[in-house]
Design a protein around this ligand. Structure first.
Ligand SMILES: [Zn+2]
Length: 355
């Protein structure tokens, strides 16, 4: 097993300053500043590649798709002329063995509990992957690390991990026909929110006869956030960074009304729910959801029956057109004859969310 120990030192806590004799106070002071910075950081990069924080060195950090620039390794509508979503960051390998194979240790981005490990690479384009559950700012966040060569021996679902703990070795596993070349070796890293823990039951009903090999840990049930935006803002804001505040300030692509009052998102992401005195007084008959371009319900407002105009199960209330034109790839809404409506994808996401 290469480059992986259960007691591996964390990259950010390893002393990197050269000691100056006689300046003990300065060393202590630096150590203090460093540990305060560490404490303040919610998320860490999952490998030793830290070029993300060095402006102009993006090409050293991101791996683009074959023949495409580094931007195609970012999060968002970055592929197929803005029409294909990439749900995470493809982080370039910085350590190779003598055969040129990647051997970067992959580390937990934050304190958490291992939720899922799969070592059946043929079952997914993610190859071998790990999902870790974190509690951040009252939100359940799920980090995902894909294309792994090896998972740390003995690591299993339910194990607690600390930020920076080694969990795996970078690899090139995937079930795609063309595979991942040595040159493009990377870890695919995601930060997600979980749509519905009843996903497996919903999927069986919504997609009869189709295989779901990963239970609730199917990629369709994880809605990605942009790890680059989060990591850069966190580096800028330090201890002031709040994930829930960042999320609620994200632009919405559309607003929908769902006639459902009990679904897991409300409990899991209660921090994203806003108050409405009318619904508090008269009772909640549904929720107004602001979705970001990836379909993440970023703001939820309870609505009373008197505030709901349509009897429809799902109603599209508004579309933010500039946001749609910038990030169309999730195809949640479409304009037909000058009228905006939810697409099949959009409706399916709402069905999954409120199941
Ligand atoms: Zn990727």
């Amino acid at each position: 097993m290469t480059g992986l120990t259960t007691d591996g030192s964390r990259p950010l806590s390893r002393p990197t300053k050269r000691r100056h004799p006689g300046s003990l106070a300065r060393i202590l002071c630096l150590a203090l500043v460093r540990s305060v910075t560490l404490l303040a950081q919610t998320f860490q990069l999952p490998t030793a590649n830290h070029a993300l924080f060095e402006p102009g060195r993006e090409e050293q950090f991101f791996v683009g798709t074959v023949g495409k620039p580094w931007t195609s390794g970012c999060f968002g509508c970055v592929r197929s002329e803005n029409w294909q979503m990439h749900e995470g960051l493809d982080i370039k390998c910085v350590q190779r063995d003598k055969h040129g194979e990647p051997e970067d240790p992959v580390r937990a981005t934050a304190d958490g509990v291992v939720a899922y490990i799969t070592t059946h690479p043929a079952l997914s384009n993610y190859g071998n992957y790990i999902v870790i559950a974190h509690r951040v700012d009252g939100l359940e966040v799920y980090s995902l690390y894909a294309h792994l060569k090896e998972v740390r021996p003995g690591l299993k679902a339910g194990d607690a991990v600390k930020a920076g703990d080694p969990i795996a070795v970078m690899g090139r596993t995937s079930n795609t026909r063309q595979g991942i070349s040595k040159e493009r070796a990377h870890v695919h890293f995601e930060l997600n929110l979980l749509v519905n823990d009843r996903f497996a039951a919903w999927f069986e009903q919504a997609c009869p006869g189709q295989r779901n090999d990963h239970g609730a840990w199917n990629g369709q049930n994880l809605l990605g956030l942009d790890p680059r935006a989060i990591l850069l803002l966190q580096a800028r804001q330090g201890p002031r960074f709040k994930l829930s505040a960042w999320l609620q300030n994200e632009p919405e692509i559309c607003r929908v009304l769902v006639r459902a009052t009990h679904f897991p998102w409300l409990r899991r992401y209660a921090a994203l729910t806003q108050r409405n005195p009318v619904a508090e007084r008269d009772g909640v008959a549904g929720y107004e959801l602001a979705l970001d371009f990836n379909g993440v319900p970023i703001r939820l407002t309870p609505r009373a029956a008197s505030e709901i105009k349509s009897p429809a199960k799902f109603q599209l209330l508004s579309v933010n057109e500039p946001e749609y034109h910038q990030h169309p790839c999730r195809r949640l809404v479409i304009s037909r004859g000058g009228q905006w409506q939810l697409t099949g994808h959009g409706t399916k996401l709402l069905e999954q969310l409120t199941f």
